[in-house]
Design a protein around this ligand. Structure first.
Ligand code: FUC
Length: 801
């Protein structure tokens, strides 16, 4: 009784505190369980993912493992004669026969990617007969723990969920304040093939993923999901319960707890994935043994021990950056209402901080597995045929996922992308040769998967060149390697990992470019990610020569390789070749509307507000267009953005925040940030291609549907407003919006290996502290005033401004 009284008082105090305190910058919370994925709380340790619904009668948890995909290693030599069409396409283009070029380009296509698979769903069913009261559910991104608490008949039930990276385990602690009141049944099901069994008090599910899943746009495929017992990635999901009081019993398909005071559920999962080039059925790792081992190690620890180690690990990454945007008067209401209130224009500075930090939380939770970067949905996908295969879409999306990795002080989470690029370079060498007739270097295209597929997609001619034929993702991806070097100053990484991949990509480009009629270097055939031109004759097409986007990416990657070769003092001849190519490349053009011209000719766009803006690559994420060094081009980029307007899909809005910040227009960047945080109703698999992007109740990005790139792009955009370092110096508060007049930030990163903390008030910088992780010289700039600093290894300096 005393215990019950105590709990009641605690709950009442909690509720009171909730309604009085200001909105939290680190908590999402609801007063009801999730009814759909877009209301659930996502947890992850960079490999294992869970989407927790927090139900009362039945709690539902979608499970994922980053390494569980459909498919098998790809044979990149899937269309050996495709390259024979390149000369014909070039000829059609030289004759300005765009229709023929589009048609012929379909011969330069291969298969679609495989899909990221849903592992299964865990159900925890309770014996509650009545509705719950005082329901509260939160995700605290400060410690990566989710909690549920409610009362039934005056008895309080609580659950705490976490996924520990050090233990590779999900732990759920279930408690009640009434003796023996905890009764529940655990069940598992999956859309994959599986069997459950209980052995040694462990509730086991073992199964396998399809060896083939068709893209959901391939409606013509008769048998879109194909299983074969002897093929595909195997998986295991094992559960053990530790109970305090009561009993645990088992059936073959469930685990039952009766009359307990407390129970800890330990969930271990693993797959047989053994690398992109290993058959997961025949050469896979032993998923059963791994799952068992993880479980038997974790079970020796109690919940608090697991949680303590989890917190040290998680906070070691998360707490590196602090952001404060000043006082807020926003009331403490559930996150969905909070988002709606903000959408209607209300102030909520802590929501703006929360969205930024949530981006960091999501990267920590989804990107810690070698060779397996975060997908379009991070690691959280419940569908067998997910939107766009939940794959790596490489004409913006997978890159956008990593824009904040360096600047927001999460550099090591960038590395899954690098090991993945290395895999891609291997299949990409075959792609370069067979699809493009280039014997040197490597190329990759529109989409990819865990098997590092690099070919152009479209299912051998069925896809539109609008998206299927683009071949510049290798060029874009290698810029991430250079960025990592810039931020870490890690010369070993530059020499041994980055440089060979950067060089391979550049070699492809050098051999891929041809001269136009004026002797300028261009790509041909080219496409400009997903945009459609309208020729003067009224033809709406996609295949062209000399598009600005390809050249922007090539230019940036060549400039970086030149720098890298100087630092490493190697490949002098190649450097000269790159410098000559840069001289000869077709320069940017400014169109008659004052826009940065996307097409070789000054054509109209079929959709002038299209979500893609790849020809602005040089402004962001590239660095060769700046308001200072190339003001005319920067102005033309601004014009292009003006024409496009602010309404778009989630990832596109995320990108535009960064673009506006690079134009040093903080107020417009902030306007875009608010637009990204537009409330969007949960929409499941529904896709909208042009407008309506924003944010779901659980703060995940709405393309729509859910796509995580907007979360990451938005978080990257916040840093870009506060700190930039791409122009060879550290620009402090380069695009501070008027509304963020008071604030402070700790731990942002700048190129050169510096960490920057700042305090500002009344819209003006007060103090800055710079830590040189590797020592070195740099220049700080704020509002045109420069200060030079020269620091030793590990030294920091504080300056008043
Ligand atoms: C590209 C984009 C779409 C979407 C998809 C995953 O095709 O144009 O908007 O993001 O990738």
């Amino acid at each position: 009784m005393k215990r019950l009284h105590h709990t009641l008082v605690t709950v009442l105090c909690m509720l009171l505190v909730h309604s009085m305190v200001a909105q939290s910058p680190t908590k999402l919370w609801f007063d009801k369980p999730a009814t759909c994925f877009e209301e659930s709380f996502v947890l992850g340790n960079g490999k294992m993912g869970a989407s927790v619904f927090g139900g009362v009668v039945s709690d539902k948890i979608y499970l994922n493992d980053a390494t569980l995909w459909s498919g098998e290693p790809v044979n990149p030599n899937m269309n050996p004669d495709a390259h024979n069409f390149i000369p014909q396409i070039r000829e059609a283009l030289a004759n300005e026969d765009y229709e023929l070029a589009d048609k012929l380009n379909r011969n330069v296509q291969g298969k679609f990617t495989e899909s990221y698979a849903p592992l299964g769903t865990l159900f925890i069913d309770f014996d509650h007969q009545k509705n719950a009261e005082k329901y509260y559910r939160e995700l605290d991104i400060n410690n990566a723990v989710s909690k549920v608490t409610y009362q039934v008949d005056g008895v309080t039930f609580t659950r705490e969920y976490l996924i520990s990276h050090p233990h590779q385990i999900m732990a759920v602690k279930l408690t009640t304040d009434k003796e023996s009141a905890l009764n529940f049944r655990v069940k598992f099901n999956s859309l994959l093939k599986y069997k459950t069994v209980v052995e040694n008090n462990i509730f086991k599910a073992d199964g396998y993923a399809p060896y083939y899943v068709a893209h959901n746009i391939q409606k013509y495929v008769k048998d879109p999901i194909r299983f074969d017992e002897d093929r595909g990635t195997r998986f295991s999901s094992y559960i053990k319960i530790k109970n305090l009081g009561g009993e645990v019993s088992y059936t073959d398909s469930s685990l039952i707890v009766t009359g307990a005071n407390e129970a800890i559920l330990y969930l271990s999962i693993a797959t047989s994935f053994n690398g992109f080039d290993k058959d997961p059925a025949k050469e896979g790792v032993d998923n059963k043994a791994i799952t068992n081992q993880q479980l038997s190690l974790a079970i020796k620890k109690n919940f608090d021990e697991i949680k303590t180690v989890h917190l040290v690990d998680y906070q070691g990454l998360f707490s590196r950056v602090n952001l404060n945007l000043g006082e807020t008067t926003a009331p403490n209401i559930p996150t969905d209402e909070r988002l709606k209130r903000y959408f209607h224009g209300a102030e909520d500075k802590n929501l703006e901080v929360l969205y930024f930090q949530y981006g960091r939380y999501l990267l920590i939770s989804s990107s810690r597995t070698k060779g397996v970067p975060a997908t379009l949905q991070g690691i959280w996908n419940p569908y067998l045929q997910p939107p766009w295969c939940s794959n790596y879409t490489m004409n913006i999306n997978v890159e956008e996922n990593y824009w904040m990795a360096e600047t927001a002080n999460l550099s090591e989470l960038h590395t899954p992308l690098f090991s993945y690029i290395k895999n891609l370079s291997q299949t990409g060498a075959v792609t370069a040769k067979t699809f493009y007739g280039v014997d040197k270097g490597w190329a990759a295209c529109h989409t990819s998967d865990i098997w590092a597929m690099s070919n152009p997609v479209g299912d051998f001619g069925k896809g539109s060149p609008q998206w299927a034929n683009w071949n510049m993702s290798g060029t874009w991806l290698v810029t991430h390697l250079w960025e990592h070097y810039q931020f870490t100053q890690d010369q070993d990484f530059l020499k041994n990992e980055a440089y060979p991949l950067m060089k391979g990509s550049a070699e492809f480009c050098l051999n891929w470019m041809i001269e136009d009629k004026d002797g300028k270097l261009i790509t041909s055939p080219a496409t400009s990610p997903e945009n459609t031109y309208l020729t003067n004759d009224g033809y709406k097409g996609h295949t062209l020569y000399g598009g600005a986007a390809d050249l922007a990416m090539i230019r940036e990657s060549f400039l970086q390789l030149i720098e890298a070769s100087k630092i490493l003092n190697i490949d002098g001849d190649l450097r000269v070749e790159l410098e000559q190519a840069l001289e000869k490349m077709l320069p940017y053009k400014i169109g008659k509307k004052g826009n940065l011209q996307e097409w070789y000719h000054d054509w109209k766009d079929a959709d002038s507000q299209h979500r893609h803006q790849s020809h602005l690559f040089g402004l962001h994420p590239g660095t060769h267009i700046t308001t200072e060094l190339t003001p005319e081009l920067a102005t033309a980029c601004r014009k292009t953005l003006d024409i496009k307007g602010d309404e778009s899909t989630g990832w596109s809005k995320g990108w535009r925040i960064n673009l506006w910040a690079r134009l040093q227009d903080g107020n417009h960047a902030y306007k875009m940030y608010r637009t990204l945080l537009h409330y969007v109703e949960p929409s499941g698999l529904y896709t909208n291609y042009s407008k309506g992007g924003g944010t779901y109740p659980n703060l995940l990005d709405a393309h729509p549907p859910f796509q995580i790139d907007g979360n990451f792009g938005g978080a990257a955009g916040v840093v870009e407003m506060l700190l930039q370092s791409h122009k060879g110096y550290i620009h402090l508060l380069p695009a501070l919006p008027d509304i963020w007049s008071e604030g402070s930030v700790k731990g942002l990163c700048a190129r050169g290996g510096f960490e920057v903390s700042m305090v500002w008030s009344k819209g003006k910088l007060d103090k800055v502290e710079i830590l040189a992780k590797k020592g070195g010289k740099t220049t700080l700039e704020y509002k045109g005033r420069k200060k030079y600093i020269d620091l030793a290894d590990g030294q920091s300096i504080q300056l008043k401004w």
